[in-house]
Design a protein around this ligand. Structure first.
Ligand SMILES: [Zn+2]
Length: 444
């Protein structure tokens, strides 16, 4: 059953009566939270039902008796699982000082605790090492890991590789992307120091063959290849300019006005992504840009070993920064779910439509005195902070900060061992019940 219409639900309930409630209509019912689902124009208190790893229904009231497990989320936000399209997760190779190695992080260690259920690696691997990345990380992670393939065949392994114009071939990159359709969601060009347009041009060529977008980290600022030309001539509509508030490539002019090329690029359909990172987000760029009305299309972290211990903490921290600049919770959620899902051509993600994969984030909005720092260590003080309470991936609870989905220990049987059910619980190990009775003293 992919999703349940009201008629189907009645049938399911009728069946339940006959089968002693062995087949509840829903595995999990999230009750009474404030649902923000920008794709479906929902920002209101709603119940969300999940069955077999998919969203079964979203409505003002769903019958709790039809669910195996009911969780009350009054006072919390319920959003699609967050989609972070700029991370670095090709770790485990042993290569020092490399994003195809020690600078990357294992996704599951950092995603669920921030409400993130889908990430896109931003070019750690190229066509030469993508299948190693897939084997080491993509196939082994609970997080949904997608990838922008570096136009550099060797991937993001330092200047010796990333400045090598001979290893930026469009054909083998496109071929690899077509072999892993849906998994490779775009091409990345990054960190290029030279004056040539070759990396951008070849990435766009590969993107045109494979019909997927290009994400650009525009590297060194060079007079020979100005940002306005990139945004108005070189990139296609749907291509993504990341690090858009770094200020490192004349995103603002000297009087603090947004580069007209940014506006013109946006008008053409070029996408602007945050990609905060360790060195790509400055208050002195972001605040004036937002004041001039230039919001990002997508919010992303540029998560890696360096950034996550510096100004960038995690996805929610980057979202908090936009709340702090006056963007509404609804608009921040849109830019962290439905917008990035569309940018990477995965429209089944980033929303809570019936039938969609049941990836969900449950967030609280705390008030207090908080500080948020940028790439230069400059602080902006604010009074709001999002906290991830519960994360659900494919219908299973995979993170639960305050035990919102769990029973109190002193209400359980004396020798309790298992407290969940594999149909909704992705956290506690599913132990087999003890089949051997304890040895009895027979007196022999
Ligand atoms: Zn990056």
């Amino acid at each position: 059953m992919r999703f349940i219409s009201s008629t189907a639900r009645l049938t399911a309930l009728t069946c339940m009566a006959g089968y002693g409630f062995s087949q509840p209509a829903y595995d999990l019912l999230l009750e009474g939270g404030h649902v923000i689902d920008p794709k479906n124009d929902i920002s209101a208190v709603r119940d969300v039902a999940i069955k077999d790893g998919r969203i079964a229904a979203v409505a003002a009231h769903l019958d709790p008796a039809a669910a195996l497990k009911v969780v009350n989320l009054a006072g919390l936000y319920v959003t699609p699982g967050l989609v972070d399209i700029h991370v670095h997760v090709f770790t485990g190779t042993g290569e020092r000082g490399s994003y195809a190695g020690d600078l990357s992080v294992y996704p599951d260690g950092f995603t669920f605790r921030a409400g993130v259920t889908t990430v896109a690696d931003a070019g750690c691997a190229g066509w030469r090492n993508f299948e190693d990345f897939k084997d080491r990380i993509i196939d082994r992670s609970k997080t949904r890991v997608l990838a922008f393939l570096n136009i550099v065949g060797n991937g993001m392994r330092g200047g010796k590789f990333e400045d090598d114009l001979a290893d930026m071939e469009a054909a083998p990159a496109a071929e690899m992307a077509l072999r892993h359709k849906g998994l490779i969601v775009g091409f990345k060009t990054a960190h290029y120091n030279g004056p040539e347009w070759t990396p951008v041009e070849h990435a766009v060529e590969a993107g045109t063959i494979a019909k997927i977008p290009v994400m650009v980290d525009f590297g060194s600022d060079r007079r020979e290849r100005p940002i306005a030309e990139l945004l108005t001539k070189k990139l296609r509509p749907g291509d993504i300019y990341t690090h858009c508030y770094s200020g490192l490539r004349h995103e603002l002019d000297e009087s603090g006005n947004l580069n007209p090329g940014m506006w013109e690029g946006r008008k053409r359909g070029v996408i602007f992504d945050v990609g905060h990172g360790g060195g790509s987000f400055a208050w002195r760029v972001a605040v004036p840009a937002l004041k001039q009305g230039f919001l990002p299309d997508s919010i992303s972290t540029d998560l890696h070993v360096g950034s996550m211990n510096a100004g960038m903490k995690d996805m929610l921290n980057v979202m908090d920064k936009f709340l702090a600049m006056g963007v509404s919770v609804d608009d921040v959620i849109r830019r962290s779910t439905w917008n990035p899902a569309r940018e990477i051509q995965h429209e089944e993600l980033g929303n809570l439509s019936a039938g969609a994969p049941a990836d969900v984030a449950v967030l609280s909005l705390e008030t207090g005195r908080f500080g948020f720092t940028d790439m230069y260590g400059a602080r902006l003080q604010a009074t709001q902070k999002l906290v991830c309470e519960v994360t659900i991936r494919n219908g299973k609870v995979v993170y639960d900060l305050n035990g919102t989905t769990r029973p109190d220990w002193d209400k359980l049987p004396k020798n309790y061992t298992q407290t969940g059910d594999p149909r909704w619980d992705g956290i506690t190990p599913q132990r087999r019940p003890a089949t051997v009775p304890p040895a009895r003293n027979t007196g022999k």
